[in-house]
Each structure stands twice: as structure tokens, then as C-alpha cells.
Design a protein around this ligand. Structure first.
Ligand code: SF4
Length: 431
């Protein structure tokens, strides 16, 4: 029996790096420190696992060899004129790096899941800039934490415990040293733990932030209420924000994906800028998948752009709304798709799924998912962070190393190794 310390959890963007995993006879038999979601991933990653590469013949998926599945993939991508390469948030930076090279080689579009989650946040940061920090600074210094449009108690279960509300920092010793504010459209589990809960009307975040900015600048709000919140309460919140020594806003899809999208984040970033003229204030998006931050970083290092990068002209182009995968699928323009560590059929709008169903799709994923069911080629891969090592970026931009804990089944390779083989064969074929 072996106990491995300081394991990084490959589930959500918190990337908790204090997990202890017990291995017995090549199997994970015990997990300490993880939340219920992380523990389930470590203990049940192998349930209902697909271990066979498959290709479609006469409308049905048949088991095949790994080499045949790679060969078919190479054929599809080589013949495609405008392929899309999508997913990438639940794999390593090393795999993402090969993915960008592959997209350039085949003249396709590489896009990651931030296109349908925090893409608008990234666009807003490009417009306004951002005052941010690492979790370490929040833990040691923050005396005011605002959760806006997110519910970490259910989605990032150890966020409050490890990084914000209850952790013991150098200058803040626990929950009593911190004020927690929740702004949301519903009384969520996180709101129930907060010192102040501001319930706003749905799709009114922009108006509410604008009113809050006025209150912070001591301007008169000529309304009785904004977004369903009485002006006195907005002024009270402004006083709380100004009164802290070190404040941070963590925001989620409730702010990013509600009406206004990137304009909401423009307003939130501007609010933080205003607050910095009165006190110290920072802001950070709550990223979902464990390496969606890495997907943006790797894409930006290699192409200059964080998502939705189009290589069809021979150089990288970035124009979200035009070069993002959902828009390309909605217009029916792509003629093949490589999906890595993602399940767009389960999440994309109907028109986009219809296009996916009409073109050859290759899926590289540890599990059979809804997208696999319409794929032309399915290649099972190793779980990064359990069966393969790799680098990930935590939601605050800190890189961490995922460990390999157990051996994958025979013939199962990492995403990086599979993509490298595909890229090598495509280059060989093209001479
Ligand atoms: S909070 Fe996220 S990273 Fe931490 S243990 Fe839970 S699922 Fe894993």
C-alpha cells in the first residue's frame, strides 16, 4: 500500500493540491481532504469506462485497434477543408499545446470551453484590464469577499474553506475576521452562509453595478430602487465595500452569461477600479473545469489569442462570434470536428449539434459520452491527474503539476501522446 501526498485534484478550477491518495494493488482505495465531488472522481473514475478505440462502419460503431483509429483520424483531418478542434479544458497544458500545433497544421479552428463560459469575461479584461491576485493573497489578507453570480458551496465546494471565508491566513485567522457578501438572483447555499445577501432581479446586474459605482463615487441615484434593491441598501453595500482593507469579488456565470455578458464584466472591472481609489480591491472569475485557465493561457502563448483561434488563412485570427466554434457550427461551415475531453452534444444548442451530426467527428475522451455516440472515431484516453501527469493552471493563474497515480489499462495513452501521434502522421502524410 502506498500513500501519495499533495495530489492535485483534477476536477474543478480550485485545483486543491492537498489531496492524499492511498493506492493498493494499483488501485485507488482511499482519498483524504477532497470534497465529495473530488472524492467521487478519484474513487470512481474507472466506472463505465471505455477502453476500446472504435470506428463507425455502416452507421454503427465497431471496436478497432488503436492504430486503425489514429489512421482514420488522420484521414478525416487531412481531407477536411475547415475542421474545428474543440474542448481542451479537462486535459493538460501539454495536450493543449499539441492541439494548437495540430490546428495550425490542418488549417482549422481551435476553441476551448471558455467560449461558452467565461469567454465574455476574457473579452472584458481585454477591454478594461483587471486588478487580480493569487489565492494566497486572498487567504492571508482579504477581510471582505464578494461572491457574485456564483454558488461555490455547490460548484467549488472547498473554495470558502481553503481560500476565502474559513481558512487561517497570516493576517486573517478565520471566518470571524472576514465579511462575506453574496450578490445573486436567488438565495443560494452560499448566500445562506453570507453576512450580507443582496438579491437582485435577473438580468439586472449591469444596472445594479452602475448604481453601486454611483454610490461609491458619492453621486445621487435618482431612483427608489435599482434591480429590485432599495437605494439605501445599495448605499449600505457601497459603504461595506469601501470600508474593507482588502476586498475581492469572485464572479461566476450568473454575471458573465446573463444579459449584458461582457458588458457586465466591463462594469464589474470598472467597479473594482473605482474601489481602488478608496481601498484595495481585486477581482477573479470562478473558473469551472480544472484546466480551462490553462487552455486560455496555452492558446494565448502560442497564437496570441485565448480561444476561438482560426488558422484557415494560414495565420491565427481571433474574432469571437465569428471564429467561435458554436457560431461556425450554427452556420454549418465546418466539415470535420476533433473533440478532446469534452461533450458538446450534451451542452451545445440544437443547430450546432445538428451540424456535428452531419460531419465526421473524432472524440478523444476517457468515457463514452453523448458526442461519442455520433462520432466516426472514438479514441479512449487516460485520465490526466490520475493515469497521466501534466501541468494545469488553477483559476488564479498558478501552475500546478498533476500526478500520475495509477497505470492506465493496456493500450490507453494520454491525450498528449494520442495527439502527438496524429500530428506526426499528418505531417508525414503531407511530406
Ligand atoms: S473543490 Fe474542486 S478541486 Fe477541490 S477537491 Fe473539490 S472538486 Fe477537487
Amino acid at each position: 500500500m502506498e500513500v501519495i501526498q499533495n495530489v492535485v485534484c483534477p476536477f474543478c478550477g480550485c485545483c486543491c493540491d492537498d489531496i492524499e491518495v492511498t493506492i493498493d494493488s494499483g488501485k485507488i482505495t482511499g482519498v483524504k481532504n477532497a470534497c465529495a465531488i473530488g472524492m467521487t472522481k478519484f474513487l470512481h473514475y474507472g466506472d463505465e469506462r471505455n477502453s476500446s478505440p472504435m470506428v463507425r462502419k455502416n452507421g454503427e460503431l465497431f471496436k478497432t485497434t488503436f492504430d486503425m483509429a489514429v489512421e482514420k483520424t488522420v484521414e478525416i483531418l487531412t481531407n477536411a477543408k475547415y475542421p474545428i478542434l474543440y474542448g481542451w479544458s479537462s486535459t493538460s497544458c501539454e495536450a493543449q499545446k499539441v492541439g494548437v500545433e495540430l490546428a495550425e497544421e490542418v488549417g482549422g479552428v481551435i476553441d476551448n470551453t471558455s467560449s461558452v463560459c467565461h469567454g465574455p469575461s476574457i473579452e472584458a479584461v481585454q477591454d478594461i484590464g483587471e486588478s487580480t491576485c493569487t489565492f494566497g493573497e486572498v487567504k492571508h489578507r482579504a477581510d471582505l469577499v464578494v461572491y457574485w453570480g456564483c454558488n461555490p458551496v455547490q460548484a467549488h465546494m472547498r473554495h470558502l474553506l481553503r481560500y476565502s471565508a474559513s481558512c487561517v491566513g497570516k493576517f486573517r485567522k478565520g471566518r470571524a475576521d472576514r465579511i462575506i457578501v453574496v450578490v445573486d438572483v436567488r438565495n443560494s447555499s452560499t448566500a445562506k452562509l453570507a453576512d450580507h445577501f443582496i438579491q437582485i432581479e435577473p438580468n439586472q446586474d449591469y444596472e445594479f453595478i452602475s448604481a453601486l459605482r454611483m454610490a461609491i463615487r458619492m453621486e445621487e441615484i435618482e431612483q427608489d430602487s435599482v434591480a429590485g434593491v432599495p437605494v439605501e441598501k445599495i448605499e449600505e453595500l457601497a459603504d461595506i465595500l469601501i470600508g474593507c482593507q482588502f476586498g475581492i469579488i469572485f464572479f461566476g456565470l450568473g454575471l458573465t452569461m446573463s444579459a449584458g455578458k461582457n458588458r457586465n464584466i466591463d462594469a464589474a472591472l470598472s467597479l473594482v477600479r473605482d474601489l481602488n481609489s478608496r481601498t484595495k480591491f481585486l477581482i477573479m472569475p470562478m473558473r469551472g473545469h480544472f484546466n480551462v485557465t490553462g487552455a486560455n493561457k496555452v492558446s494565448a502563448w502560442q497564437t496570441g489569442y485565448p480561444f476561438a483561434v482560426d488558422f484557415s488563412q494560414g495565420y491565427p485570427r481571433y474574432n469571437p462570434g465569428d471564429t467561435s466554434v458554436i457560431d461556425i457550427l450554427n452556420r454549418g461551415e465546418c466539415d470535420a470536428a476533433l473533440i478532446v475531453a469534452s461533450d458538446p452534444v450534451a451542452h451545445f444548442p440544437q443547430q450546432a449539434v445538428k451540424t456535428l451530426a452531419s460531419i465526421p467527428v473524432i472524440v478523444i475522451d476517457p468515457h463514452l459520452n453523448a458526442t461519442s455516440l455520433l462520432a466516426e472515431v472514438v479514441i479512449p484516453s487516460a485520465f490526466v491527474g490520475i493515469e497521466a501527469e501534466g501541468i494545469v493552471y488553477r483559476m488564479d493563474g498558478v501552475p500546478l503539476i498533476l500526478k500520475k497515480l495509477v497505470e492506465p489499462s493496456n493500450g490507453i495513452h494520454s491525450d498528449e501522446a494520442i495527439l502527438r501521434m496524429i500530428l506526426t502522421q499528418i505531417r508525414k502524410r503531407r511530406g
